[in-house]
Design a binder for this molecule. Sequence first.
Ligand code: ADP
Ligand code: MG
Length: 322
Amino acid sequence: MTGEFDLIRRYFWDASSLRDDVVTGIGDDCAVLAPPLGMELVVSTDTLVEGVHFPEGTHPSDVGYKALAVNLSDLAAMGADPAWFLLNLTLPRADAEWLSGFSKGLLQLARDYHIALVGGDTTRGPLSVTITVHGFVPQGGAIRRRGARPGDVVYVTGFLGQAILGLKCWRREIDLPEEFLPGALDRFLRPAPRLDEARVLRGLASAAIDLSDGLAADLGHLLEASEVGARVWLERLPVSPAYDSVFGSMGWDPVLAGGDDYELCFTLPPEQRRAFHGRFVDFSCGFAEIGEIEAEPGLRLIGAGGSPYALACPGYDHFAGS
Ligand code: ADP
Ligand code: MG
């Protein structure tokens, strides 16, 4: 690819120096990294494809931000501290303006969460971005999907249904009051990885998952992995004032099945509740107790007046129907 190296040097090189545990960063055949003693390495990768994970015409800085944010969200779901990442870029052309914007969004988030870009690969093709993140947990400290027990309380951070609200605004499918519009678009384009919150959950939560495909689907994965079920009360689901303003036309389904929120869903044994509430009050994202783990498998949604609620479509699946 013409100019590939110059562009990488220009826009990404500095990002290696964000941490001093990078012995050799971008520029050699491999990165050389110095993992801390006594920690376990936590690794994950995620791809964003134009037209699938972000609409054509998305500003490159938002693409850069989101590509890293969704990966950081996976580290958060495990209770891991971020350290390093790799960037695999497939670009239709070496476009300096696009790369400049992309690197701005990406590196802003990298600085905020102290994660260094240590290498990657660049190829030509339809626009797609793959990031691989590396983080650490103390030995045995990772929060996994399996671990929820009957009697545990089910929580979520932040508001649900925010990203789908933003997407519907972007597509002009709904009319949101002016005051809510920038916030809704921002939640869709720039999800906030809940890393600081996740660090608090380490040692307290019995299980956790991040919400990429919607609460119903992702909590479903947690329940399956833990071999338990849960009861969730709809009126306890946290929705934003923005969502509230169009609730009449949206209803509960986007709250339960809208993807891309990247909030955390986690479970706590009842005896950890006080410690958790005490330590979590500082976080501005807030949290809600939405349900309870039960021995009987399956997710039971409880609607108005205690009646069971049936969801029309359980969550986003890229391969559904194919
Ligand atoms: P090789 O041919 O040995 O695989 P490359 O030519 O692909 O090496 O890459 C040269 C250097 O630039 C490597 O250190 C690689 O990690 C880095 N690099 C290539 N593409 C990217 C990218 N998109 N982001 C970050 N680093 C990159
Ligand atoms: Mg290569």
